[in-house]
Design a protein around this ligand. Sequence first.
Ligand SMILES: [Zn+2]
Ligand SMILES: [Zn+2]
Length: 255
Amino acid sequence: MNILVLGSSGSESPGHNPPAFLVDGFLLMDAGTVSLSLTREEQCRITHVLLTHAHLDHIKGIPFLVDNIVTGRQGCRLSVLSGRDVLSDLSRNIFNDRIWPDFTAISISGSPVMSYRQISTQRPFNIRGYTIVATRVNHSVPSYGYIVRNSENTAIGYTGDTGPTDRFWKRMAEYGVETLIVEVSFPDEMTELAMASGHLTPSLLQLEIRKMRKIPERIYITHLKPFHETTIREQLCRISEANIQVLHDGMQITV
Ligand SMILES: [Zn+2]
Ligand SMILES: [Zn+2]
């Protein structure tokens, strides 16, 4: 499995783009950054977007991706997957024919260019032969963490935005996830804000790692607030329990 990091930041500043992870060229986990980082052909190859939640930094690439799909006229289609609450936020507040067109109502050659697919946390579901497991995590709005497993049983976990969680680590152990992408948004000095807004700090992550039944071989950190990056990186170095690496835009992960 190959994961291309299109964006891995918790906000925007030069060289730091919001989260988006392209799995094997077709499956996008979150869509904070898309069209500015991919060619026309690469954008057309994306068939599925798996959204963790509806916050702007995780969805803002979709409007332009779909716009490019329509104007590109290459026959591409996009399926947007998430929980009912997330899809409802998206259709009501973004693709509402006011902020941006409702692309589910725009058809080319007889089929809509964009469609929504509601996912369940009760049972795994399938996207082009990949097994996806969705788990509710703890953020300020309805949010889901995902485990993506290919046909060779290679599995990665992506928390999206979350504060402390038990459910996701339990699921991760069940599915033998050895590669984890987890958020750390704030430095330890901002723990109160992190807890109030459903995010992690380095020390909170350390406590989470200690809760894990089996610690993944590789833990990649995403969603750092750019203005606090240096401090967060220094504090992450104190975690000795796991093999930790901070992601950067443009990085490729092969598992
Ligand atoms: Zn968020
Ligand atoms: Zn976010």
